[in-house]
Design a protein around this ligand. Structure first.
Ligand code: MN
Length: 745
């Protein structure tokens, strides 16, 4: 489809006129900021230079390229309220990057300020123009530039906004990349700077490309329900208008629906149907107040509205006495409409409204009308946020601070972006990648720092999952993860593990019964299940395998079966009350190392390392133990059943070292016992006799307490190892009147 020479000439003439028209429009928008002829000259010089440099270039749409810089400058002037320097920068923003114009040329022609901003813009472009998505680390570069001159980021926002408005001409993959970046970085940035109108537009435009069908669906539904909504608004505001007019207020009322993007968020992320949210909107009352009456006027209107409609007490927000960090000021109340619907009403003055819509821009305007303190305050606050956040992650975090985000964005080591629910832990992330990576996860590196699996990820984090073939899912992982997917995977793995353990337990159980000389009777099974309060056979076998049901208890069951006196009944009741620490053991901890040779071996090799026995669980030889590398105190040995073990293992997996006892050492270890029984005459005597005479064990302390005919004894003894201790426990259990003996931690 070639064009004739005449057609081309006509076209070129049309375009020339269109460029001129756009330029005139720009001049009109920037006019209030033009203070001198020199300003006008500089703008014109920039315009002519941009036209010249871009003259042979076209946009993807086929239009002359110069349309774009003019549009960016137009946004700077009209929508951001920026002045001459920014307009010049908008016009020139793509020249250094895309044409033969150099920074030195720019400095020579327009001075240092413009040169610096163009330099910043060119650098930012370099970061965003990579084919892969922008990484948190690269974002830091933007931030460093940003803190030099806020105008860099404002012109960049204008550039992005125009690119989003004209995104339809791009290739689909480019559309997706740009739209996602906009949603992730630019919309929050606009929000942080208080540019609500731009933030909302960026979000809606992004959604249009990321989820075109959903976007269209919501847009259509909004259009269809428009009339109903407008009727409701007008009947709701009618009495308010009447009252305000009677009291002599100058005002304007706006009724606004939620943005398409925020409706989409509610529908998709929260599962709320459109019908429940389309009519949620805020009514905005904008007062024309004199500066000195602003606050009191707003409160008077508050009083009028709450006289008309009943307010919801917990939904009052006073952003006038306490403006938000981005400068937002407004009074919010939620009231009940006559039809029983809650409606949010925002009360503010025209100045506050402009600030809320146009942020920075409005501040500049009011700066000229004498409200300098407020403006300086706001700029100082923004600067503080920017300057105090040296790393990109914190900055992204602070952008998102008051966004109430339900999702976070996480980068893989290769820079791939993943969207996850807020509250996601390192373990969730591992499962999000692959269930096997989740199952073997021992920790993660977040922004190159080691963190435990329970670490809560934050938007912008770059996460590398660490795995170990020896790792297995644990019961308490269920408390760490928040995603359904991870929870299901863990449950499956645990069920599988339990089934395996139970199979071993079955053998153990049957062997124990043989030892007791009891023939296992299938008919006993229901009574056994009832007695041990377990739901099914698998649970029974599992408890036997993991020590949750001991030899002694099995023996007791058969005893109980024969004599069901109140005496035994009571005994059972008491015994049940003593805590069964053993139940927490996992299979791994149960695989007992049969052979014992030397002393305590730490790690895989036999290199002897210095260690200390921890005082929280007092491990003794024979106990299942592990080593924990402390910061100041070398390796500490804990029992695997130590109350702190779970926490240590899950939070500091990388500091855990294997340890096992080999040969018993002839040193005595301190262990505590708890003895429960009936307070019979001479029982204490019988117990101490067995300990010191029969077993030749040294007692360090002994204390007994009696209550309602029962006694509770705590004995501290010196033993050589667990065999020695278990022997003693068994002997003490034989003492008449003793109901139970357990080891204390
Ligand atoms: Mn551009």
């Amino acid at each position: 489809m070639g064009m004739s020479h005449e057609e081309l000439v006509i076209n070129a003439e049309k375009e020339r006129l269109e460029i001129l028209r756009k330029y005139k429009q720009l001049l009109k928008a920037v006019e209030p900021h033009i203070k001198s002829r020199d300003d006008l000259k500089k703008i014109h010089k920039a315009y002519e230079l941009a036209c010249e440099k871009h003259k042979d270039m076209r946009r993807k749409s086929g239009e002359p390229y110069i349309y774009h810089p003019i549009a960016v400058a137009q946004i700077c002037a009209q929508e951001l309220g920026l002045g001459v320097t920014s307009v010049i920068c908008g016009l020139l923003h793509d020249t250094v990057e895309d044409t033969d114009l150099t920074l030195d040329d720019v400095r020579e022609l327009f001075g240092d300020d413009v040169c610096k901003i163009i330099d910043g813009l060119t650098k930012i472009s370099g970061v965003f123009d990579q084919s892969q998505s922008i990484q948190a680390e690269n974002f830091r570069k933007i931030i460093l530039t940003l803190s030099d001159d806020l105008r860099v980021i404002l012109v960049k926002l204008a550039d992005r906004l125009h690119n989003m408005r004209t995104l339809e001409h791009m290739r689909r993959d480019k559309q997706l990349k740009i739209a996602n970046e906009t949603l992730y970085l630019f919309a929050p940035l606009a929000h942080r700077l208080g540019l609500y109108a731009i933030k909302t537009e960026l979000e809606d435009l992004s959604l249009k490309y990321v989820e075109p069908e959903k976007y269209t669906e919501i847009a259509n539904k909004l259009e269809k329900t428009k009339e109903v909504r407008e009727r409701f608004i007008s009947s709701f505001i009618h009495p308010i208008k009447k009252q305000l007019a009677e009291q002599g207020f100058e005002f304007e009322v706006k009724g606004r629906t939620k943005s398409i993007y925020s409706i989409y968020n509610k529908i998709v992320k929260k599962g709320v149907p459109f019908e429940e949210i389309y009519d949620i909107f805020a009514i905005r009352i904008i007062l024309d107040s004199r500066p000195e009456n602003e606050k009191s006027d707003c409160w008077r209107v508050y009083s009028i509205i709450t006289d008309l409609y009943k307010p919801k007490p917990d939904r009052m927000r006073d952003w006038i006495s306490f403006p938000r960090s981005n400068g937002y000021e407004s009074l919010h109340i939620t009231v009940m409409s006559p039809s029983g619907k809650w409606v949010e009403v925002q009360i503010r003055t025209a100045r506050m409204d402009e600030i809320s819509e146009r942020g920075y821009a409005a501040h500049w305007k009011y700066k000229e009308s004498g409200m300098e303190n407020a403006v300086d305050d706001w700029i100082r606050r923004i600067r503080e946020i920017l300057e105090n956040n040296e790393n990109a992650v914190d900055l992204v975090e602070s952008f998102k601070l008051d966004l109430d985000t339900e999702e976070i964005f996480i980068f893989t080591p290769k820079g791939e972006l993943r969207t996850l629910k807020s509250g996601t832990t390192a373990l969730d992330f591992a499962y999000d990648i692959h269930s096997e990576i989740g199952n073997t996860c021992i920790g993660a590196k977040v922004n190159n720092k080691l963190v435990p699996i329970s670490y809560k990820l934050r938007s912008g984090d770059q996460v590398e999952v660490l795995t170990s073939s020896k790792q297995k899912p644990k019961e308490d992982w269920l408390k760490i993860v928040i995603s359904t997917k991870a929870r299901e995977k863990i449950k499956t793995a645990l069920r599988e593990e339990k089934r395996r353990v139970a199979m071993d337990g079955k053998e153990v159980f049957e062997r124990k019964l043989r030892h007791l000389g009891v023939t296992f009777n299938e008919q006993d099974i229901n009574r056994i299940l009832h007695y041990f309060k377990v739901p099914d056979v698998q649970d029974l076998y599992y408890k036997v395998a993991t020590g949750g049901i001991s030899n002694f208890e099995i023996k007791q069951f058969y005893k109980d079966e024969n004599s069901r006196s109140w005496y035994q009944y009571l005994a059972n009741k008491i015994r049940r009350k003593t805590p069964e620490k053993k139940e927490e053991k996992t299979l791994e901890e149960l695989i007992k190392d049969a052979k014992r040779d030397d002393s305590l071996v730490i790690g895989d090799n036999t290199v002897k390392l210095d260690y200390k026995l921890s005082s929280c669980c007092n491990p003794i030889p024979g106990d299942e133990v592990f080593g924990f590398v402390t910061v100041n105190d070398g390796i500490k040995i804990h029992k695997t059943t130590c109350p702190n073990a779970m926490q240590l293992m899950s939070n500091y997996a990388y500091r855990i070292v294997k340890a096992r006892w080999t040969n018993r050492e002839s040193i005595a270890f301190l262990a505590g016992l708890r003895v429960d029984g009936f307070d019979e005459v001479g029982i204490v005597n019988r117990i101490t006799k067995i300990i010191s005479n029969q077993l030749k064990v040294n007692m360090r302390s002994i204390s007994f307490e009696t209550k309602d005919g029962l006694f509770e004894g705590n004995i501290m003894v010196f033993v050589q190892d667990t065999n020695h201790l278990n022997d003693m426990i068994a002997k003490l259990r034989e003492v008449p009147g003793v109901i139970n003996v357990t080891r204390l931690n």
